[in-house]
Design a protein around this ligand. Structure first.
Ligand code: SF4
Length: 700
């Protein structure tokens, strides 16, 4: 791309904003919001509008393959052939000696769909292990399981355009004002034009989203299900249940109704720490809504009872019949740009492509036949945290990490350090030397980044967009699909004779035919010429599907949605005690992304919050003689963090907050929040319990 313009999609969050990129000899790459894009209509948040700095600054980039011949040798520059010959030789030798399950791949919701598809085919179809998981496990796996239990498949029913058609928003366990800013801006604009629009926010913190709300329920962490059941009880008792919808389109309502009616609003108020009248008011607002949207993110998903929290929230949409019609429905906010695309191609240890299930022998055979392989292992693969446990214990010997930085992002970082140190062979395929995990690499592979390769992504509303290549990658960096294809050929695997990324896309599209996510008629030409499409796109000329379930038919065997009852109502995490009296909750800040390998190098993004701070309530701070700006030591069972205190009434008493972004490399060992976090996971989704770790806080 020389002195030209291309249209593409932002590489950060799951909102999926359209960006126009220009490149000229004088200014390099610059970006602006795409006014014609249906998602952002020209707007960009601070991260998106600074993307060009990340692209233009290549000082941190990995420029050529690097390798060490043994743990005692230094890393040295090698050719691509040498690097991939070694990778193939080591993986083959380990698999021969210890079996296919002794290796694993840990990938990312930032991978493009074609990359995701290819690596899943490689691992599940040809390496014969299901040990491939993604950092979406830390993000959306509870929502995926919740959708499947309720609707029969992982299906986000809404379109962003429902925002402008809704009159009531329940934002729970999410801070879209900071984490999904353009969507939140659309909600704010809608409210500005329609002042009767109601926003209810459920969050232990007074976030910017909560400050914009009509009603903020400042809940005690972990009590979400109790609150949703109390709302349901009130909705039923006040006659707000949609009895026709419930009777004709749902199952299991009687048991659900009995359960929620047996709860007590007064007790819920006490347990949740939310005034009784606020619970009643929230229920009455929802009950009177013409269009009710529930939006949620990590506050629900990252929990030891994350799936139950999801189904309990989905039940409110079923109870009120607010689904499959304009301006209504449940709307999970995806953290990463292509977590949805990854789910479509089976990018998790328990999934297969096109929403097929690994535990279903018919599905395994269908996928194996499509790939021309003699079968897919029935053994469930190890999930994100399980893979690192297996490395630590020695059960798994080698790991290939693509486009993610587990040393900063997984819970209990010191355990991850031990796991990586114990691994016989670590491959890190990334764009940046700034990823802490790269320090453990035996083989470092330089990948092309955003704008340096082509492919597709799917955003939070099922919208698929095509991202063209605009510039050349620096040094010898290659697109991930090229690296993986070359590796597959070194392994002598058939089935990887793709001439282009488009060929990979075509193969995947063919696989979707006659499924609920059918995009068999959505080719690169349509994406390039007509723009973005929401799946399914099942016919030639089909315009895409903004809203699912408009016919009230769900993907369950009975075609009815299911009211699920939780296995646990109260949080199963370890509760605060004398030694660790605070609940630590973690999350994002406005201007940073994940582990800061990209946003951390943009100086103007570092000005908002330049270093990690512990948010603590003034009463808690007073009791511990902590003043604003003091250095404090935060301690959990797993480790320690030392940061400045921010004393503020934005957080409720007994709860403290730390941002999740900082790693060891950027500042020091004691800035890394995941030194502290507990290793509990949801029993179904295996998503970590990032939002609830008991800690102590003391002045340093
Ligand atoms: Fe990018 Fe998300 Fe910001 Fe849009 S809201 S510009 S997708 S980071």
């Amino acid at each position: 791309m020389q002195n030209s313009e291309i249209k593409t999609t932002c590489s950060y969050c799951g909102v999926g904003c359209g960006i126009i990129v220009t490149n000229d000899a004088k200014n390099g790459v610059t970006v602006t919001g795409d006014k014609d894009h249906p998602v952002n209509k020209g707007m960009l948040c601070s991260k998106g509008m600074n993307l060009h700095y990340v692209v233009n600054d290549t000082s941190d980039r990995i420029l050529y393959p690097e390798m060490r011949w043994s743990k005692s040798h230094p890393m040295e520059r090698v050719s691509w052939d040498t690097a991939l010959d070694r990778a193939a030789a080591v993986f083959s030798a380990i698999i021969k000696k210890h079996g296919p399950d002794s290796v694993g791949f840990y990938i990312s919701g930032q991978c493009l769909t074609e990359e995701y598809y290819l690596v899943n085919k490689l691992v599940k179809g040809f390496l014969k292990t299901n040990n491939i998981d993604t950092n979406s496990r830390l993000c959306m796996s509870s929502a995926v399981a919740g959708y499947k239990k309720t609707f029969g498949e992982d299906s986000v029913p809404i379109a962003y355009d429902d925002i402008e058609l809704a009159d009531t928003f329940l934002i729970t366990g999410a801070n879209p004002a900071w984490c999904h800013p353009i969507l939140f801006r659309r909600i704010e604009q809608h409210k500005e034009k329609n002042p009767k629009t109601k926003i209810i926010v459920v969050d232990p913190r007074k976030t910017d989203s909560a400050l914009a709300a009509d009603l903020h329920l400042q809940i005690i962490p972990g009590t979400d299900i109790i609150l949703y059941h109390a709302l349901a009880k009130r909705l039923i008792e006040k006659g707000y249940a949609d009895n026709d919808f419930i009777k004709n389109h749902t199952e299991n309502f009687k048991l659900y109704k009995d359960l929620v009616l047996s709860s007590s609003l007064e007790k819920a108020s006490k347990l949740c720490g939310v005034p009784l009248n606020d619970i009643k008011l929230a229920a009455d607002i929802i009950g009177k809504a013409k269009g009710f949207l529930s939006l949620w993110a990590m506050g629900l998903n990252q929990s030891a009872i994350g799936v139950d929290k999801n189904t309990a929230l989905l039940n409110l949409s079923l109870l009120t019949g607010q689904i499959g019609k304009p301006g209504s429905g449940p709307f999970s906010l995806t953290g990463q740009p292509n977590a949805m695309g990854g789910r479509e191609v089976g990018g998790m240890a328990n999934l297969l492509a096109v929403h097929k299930e690994l535990n279903n022998p018919v599905h395994r055979k269908e996928v194996a036949d499509f790939w021309g392989v003699d079968g897919i292992s029935e053994k469930p693969g190890l999930t994100a945290t399980e893979m690192f446990d297996a490395l630590e214990s020695g059960k798994m010997k080698a790991i290939w990490v693509i486009c993610t930085n587990p040393l900063v992002s997984l819970p209990d970082s010191r355990r991850v350090e031990k796991a990586l140190a114990n691994a016989k062979f670590v491959v890190v395929q990334d764009i940046s030397h700034n990823a802490d995990t790269s320090k453990f690499a035996d083989l470092l592979l330089p990948a092309a980044g955003w704008l340096e390769k082509e492919g597709t992504m799917t955003n939070s509303e099922r919208r698929i967009s095509y991202l063209p290549k605009g510039i050349n990658a620096p040094g010898e960096a290659l697109p991930d699909v090229e690296i993986l294809t070359r590796f597959a050929k070194k392994m002598n695997f058939t089935g990887f004779n793709f001439n282009s990324t488009e060929d990979i896309y075509k193969e995947y599209c063919l696989m979707t035919k006659n499924t609920t996510i059918d995009i068999s008629f959505l080719n690169y030409n349509r994406l390039k010429n007509e723009g973005t499409f929401q799946w399914p796109v099942p016919d030639y000329g089909h315009p895409g599907t903004p809203r699912l379930f408009t016919d009230k038919k769900f993907y369950t065997p009975s075609e009815k949605a299911i009211f699920n009852l939780p296995t646990a109502i109260e949080n199963t995490s370890e509760q605060p005690n004398d030694r660790f009296p605070f609940i630590l909750t973690t999350g994002r800040i406005r201007d940073q992304w994940h582990t800061m390998t990209k946003t951390g190098k943009v100086s103007r993004l570092m000005t908002h919050i330049p270093s990690p701070v512990l948010e603590i309530n003034p009463i808690d701070a007073y009791k511990a003689s902590i003043k604003n700006g003091d250095i404090v030591v935060v301690t959990s069972k797993n480790g320690t963090v030392r940061v400045k205190a921010k004393v503020a009434d934005t957080i409720r008493e007994g709860v403290v907050f730390l941002p999740m972004h900082w790693g060891k490399q950027l500042e020091n060992d004691l800035n890394r929040t995941n030194n502290l976090t507990n290793t509990l996971v949801d029993p179904v989704s295996k998503e970590p319990d990032f939002k609830f770790t008991t800690v102590s806080v003391a002045k340093y």
